[in-house]
Design a protein around this ligand. Structure first.
Ligand SMILES: Cc1cc2nc3c(=O)[nH]c(=O)nc-3n(C[C@H](O)[C@H](O)[C@H](O)COP(=O)(O)O)c2cc1C
Length: 192
């Protein structure tokens, strides 16, 4: 089983990467394969279509996902939002029913608003949203700060464990539980 983790920061090796790496290490410890893709910097550099194409291929074969963002102006990075908008248009069907988690990093405040925005994509696609023992956030301006945030480190480590547990449970249930099916969506616009 494999989890793909997307880093929505403009920095490839900053706080968000460090946070995602904590989740990845915890998943690997539980026997789940992981891959972290740095997407924010590439979107910032104008490579949105290329990065969405690469990501779409990865999404098809992955069993779970983590989307990480730094807080920019009390929201996810514009780069991550643009990436997710395009990725859902290109590969939305391949996300359905697969577990996902959001992770955010900030120096001071704005994490929960950021997590809320990211979780909306999962809710649209019937994806079980994976949680931990606190909101999936860490604090810091540098990767060193992040690693000193003991509570945040514990939260992200437990997040990895919880995702591994859910992935294994879903896999075990495939032979004994009726699998969910996607619906033909009713699309109303509140106009009669
Ligand atoms: C454009 C911009 C806006 C930011 N806005 C906030 C904010 O609203 N609240 C906050 O606590 N930190 C804010 N920060 C700080 C980052 O969220 C924080 O340092 C984060 O951990 C950086 O992650 P990274 O190293 O992966 O880029 C902002 C940083 C930038 C560059």
């Amino acid at each position: 089983m494999k989890v793909v983790l997307f880093n929505g920061s403009r920095k490839d090796n900053g706080c968000t990467f460090t946070a995602l790496d904590l989740v990845a290490k915890s998943l690997e410890f539980e026997g789940i394969e992981t891959e972290i893709l740095n997407v924010g910097r590439r979107v910032f550099n104008g490579e949105i279509e290329d990065v969405v194409k690469t990501a779409s291929e990865k999404v098809k074969n992955a069993d779970g996902f983590v989307f990480g963002s730094p807080v920019y102006w009390a929201s996810p990075s514009g780069e991550l939002v643009m990436f997710m908008d395009r990725l859902w248009a290109a590969a939305g069907a391949d996300f359905r029913f697969k577990p996902a988690a959001s992770v955010s990093t900030c120096r001071r405040a704005g994490n929960t608003a950021t997590l809320d925005v990211i979780n909306k994509y999962f809710a649209y696609s019937a994806m079980p949203i994976v949680t931990s023992c606190y909101w999936n956030e860490v604090h810091g301006k540098t990767p060193e700060d992040v690693l000193k945030d003991e509570e945040g480190v514990q939260t992200l480590t437990m997040l990895g464990k919880n995702m591994a547990w859910l992935l294994k449970s879903i896999e075990a249930g495939k032979s004994s539980v009726t699998q969910p099916v996607w619906v033909d969506k009713v699309m109303t616009s509140f106009i009669r």
